[in-house]
Every structure is written in structure tokens, then in C-alpha cells.
Ligand binder design. Structure first.
Ligand SMILES: NC(=O)c1ccc[n+]([C@@H]2O[C@H](COP(=O)([O-])OP(=O)(O)OC[C@H]3O[C@@H](n4cnc5c(N)ncnc54)[C@H](O)[C@@H]3O)[C@@H](O)[C@H]2O)c1
Length: 304
């Protein structure tokens, strides 16, 4: 099958496809399969009818669904779960940085905050961490929490228990989970169901000592409600790799707080994408040819 890999250099993915028997072509017009190598924010091309399969390099396809670029004329696959370990590590870094009060220390230019830090620093041992979205990121995060002595409480669509988490609750019990959890990490795709999943009422339901981490998409959280909740000390802090909007303007009220860490959507690094994607794309190619469900096939009705 003829595959176009573009518009950027993904040598390992290209090599893996060749080894799987694909013929690599130099334009979309000649292709039956398209491996898109740009991330959201860059232009997505108009697809010729001959393209029967599109592979995206990222997990969250909300921007393409919103733009009406994903249709039912062909099959689509994404990078769901592929960067799970990296993004879970970034979520851990945000959570640990906040409970250990790193923003305060980073800004300090003397030993002076030591008493405050001594009294307010917490640790993860014995904590229950709610993980909203029990997919690739969520599973890696649960495994990382274990050696810290923390319990993982997954929130999935159905609440069906799995070995990956200490406990699982359905999304319909979200408010109870938010009340029970010491901290909350968001790793769900952005869809019509998860837009503003965390708003005023949900932030109020959380413990006042809880930290909210968002590594999913900014719009999963109602940003205005988050600012209000931080101002009212309804929650203790927030770690955000994703924001609404992105980039977050320099004068936004989320900046400059000692209980907020913001990283500019870098939980999974662009430089690692080709290496991590290569084996998944090759297996998706094999399955596409065999008429099987791909490893990371997109359900266009669910929106992820
Ligand atoms: N910050 C970053 O750099 C970065 C990197 C990768 C992914 N992401 C975001 O994180 C999201 C998750 O990534 P992943 O690799 O873990 O994807 P994944 O598909 O492996 O996992 C997502 C999980 O969320 C569940 N889910 C979907 N809708 C739900 C709902 N309404 N209620 C409860 N659960 C629901 C799915 O069933 C799935 O188990 C992506 O969609 C993307 O938007 C961000």
C-alpha cells in the first residue's frame, strides 16, 4: 500500500512502515495512506479521495473534529496511549512540585520561607489520587503513584474495575470521587462530554487541600471557575500543562501564583514522537491491511 509521510521528517516511522511492506510515496496525491507528522495548530491538508487511512501523531484530535476535518470516508488512527509514560511523568512532576511548594522556593532569594515550607509541605504517602480518564496516561500514572504509597482512584466511563487501578468509579460518580480524593489528575480526551467537565460545582466538591492537575486539554476545565476557586481557596493549587486559551496570555490571572505551576503544553516532547510512534504506526498499517481494528483506531462517533 502506498503511504505518504508528511509534512516533516519522521525517519523511524518511515523505516518501520517500509519494513512492514509499505511503499513510501512523495505526495499525498499518490497515496492510499497518510501519516500526518504535524501537531495541532498547523494546517491539515485537503485529502484526495484515494486516501483510505490517516494516522495522526497526537492523541487528542479535538481540533480536527471541531474543524470538521475527520469524516466517515476513510479510517483514522491517532496516538492514544502512545505517550502515556511521558505525560504521566509530567503530571507527577506537577503534582510533586506543588505539594513540595516548589513555586514558592523557586521565587525565594533567601532561606526565609523555610518555616512556611516546613509547615505546609505534604507528601503522597497515603494520599488518594483521582485519575479522570483511565487510558494510556492514566494507567502509567497509577503505576507511578504506587511506589509513593498513594492510591489510584480511576474515573472511567463505566467504572468497571481493572488491575491497573486500586479502585475505579464511573464518571456518573464524579462529584463523590472529587470529594473523596486528595488530588485530581485529568487525562481524558476533549469531547462534547468532557468540555468543562471541571467547573464551578466540581471545584467546590473538591477538598480545600486538593491539587488539580490537567495534562489533557485546557477546555476540560472551566478556566474562569478555576481562577475563582483558587481565589476563594476552594482548592489548594493547580498544575496545568494545558490551558484555555493556549498560549495563555501574559496578563492572565493564572500566572504569578505560588500555588500554580504552568508548563506550556510540553508534557510529551516533539522530539520523542517519531521514535514512540513508529512501532504503533507499523502495527496499525498491518491491521489496516488485514481489515482488523487498528491499535489506536479513532471512533469518529465518540470523538477520540
Ligand atoms: N499534554 C500533552 O502533551 C498531552 C499528550 C498526550 C495526550 N494528551 C491528552 O490526553 C488525552 C488522553 O491521552 P491518552 O493517551 O491517555 O488517551 P487514551 O485514549 O489512551 O485514554 C483516554 C481515556 O479517557 C477515557 N474517556 C473518554 N471520555 C471519557 C469520559 N467522558 N469519561 C471518562 N473517561 C473517558 C477513554 O475511555 C480512555 O480510557 C488525549 O486525548 C489528549 O487530549 C495531552
Amino acid at each position: 500500500m502506498k503511504i505518504f509521510v508528511g509534512f516533516g521528517d519522521y525517519p523511524l516511522t518511515t523505516k518501520a512502515l517500509k519494513e512492514a511492506g509499505a511503499e513510501i510515496v512523495d505526495s499525498l496525491e499518490k497515496a492510499e495512506g497518510f501519516v500526518f507528522t504535524q501537531t495541532p495548530g498547523t494546517e491539515f491538508p485537503l485529502l484526495p479521495d484515494g486516501v483510505r487511512w490517516v494516522q495522526f501523531p497526537n492523541a487528542g484530535l479535538n481540533a480536527y473534529f471541531t474543524a470538521g476535518q475527520i469524516d466517515d470516508k476513510r479510517r483514522w488512527s491517532n496516538a492514544s496511549g502512545v505517550y502515556g509514560q511521558q505525560v504521566a511523568e509530567a503530571a507527577m512532576a506537577l503534582l510533586l512540585g506543588l505539594i513540595h511548594m516548589h513555586p514558592t522556593m523557586v521565587r525565594a532569594d533567601s532561606w526565609a520561607p523555610s518555616t512556611q515550607i516546613d509547615q505546609q509541605t505534604r507528601w503522597l504517602d497515603g494520599a488518594t489520587v483521582a485519575i479522570v480518564g483511565a487510558g494510556g496516561i492514566g494507567k502509567h500514572l497509577a503505576a507511578m503513584l504506587k511506589p509513593f504509597g498513594a492510591k489510584s482512584l480511576a474515573v472511567s466511563r463505566t467504572g468497571t474495575p481493572t488491575q491497573d487501578f486500586d479502585a475505579t468509579e464511573p464518571i456518573s460518580n464524579l462529584h463523590q470521587v472529587l470529594a473523596d480524593a486528595d488530588h485530581v489528575v485529568l487525562c481524558v480526551p476533549l469531547t462534547a462530554d468532557t468540555y468543562h467537565l471541571i467547573g464551578k460545582a466540581e471545584l467546590k466538591a473538591m477538598q480545600s487541600t486538593a491539587i488539580l492537575i490537567n495534562v489533557a486539554r485546557g477546555e476540560v476545565v472551566d478556566t474562569e471557575a478555576l481562577v475563582d476557586a483558587l481565589d476563594a481557596q476552594e482548592i489548594s493549587g493547580a498544575g496545568l500543562d494545558v490551558t484555555d486559551p493556549e498560549p495563555l496570555p501574559d496578563d492572565h490571572p493564572l500566572w504569578g501564583r505560588s500555588n500554580v505551576i504552568i508548563t506550556p503544553h510540553v508534557a510529551n516532547t516533539l522530539t520523542s514522537m517519531d521514535r514512540m510512534l513508529a512501532p504503533v504506526v507499523a502495527e496499525n498499517y498491518r491491521r489496516f491491511l488485514a481489515g482488523e481494528k487498528m491499535l489506536t483506531e479513532v471512533d469518529i462517533h465518540k470523538g477520540y
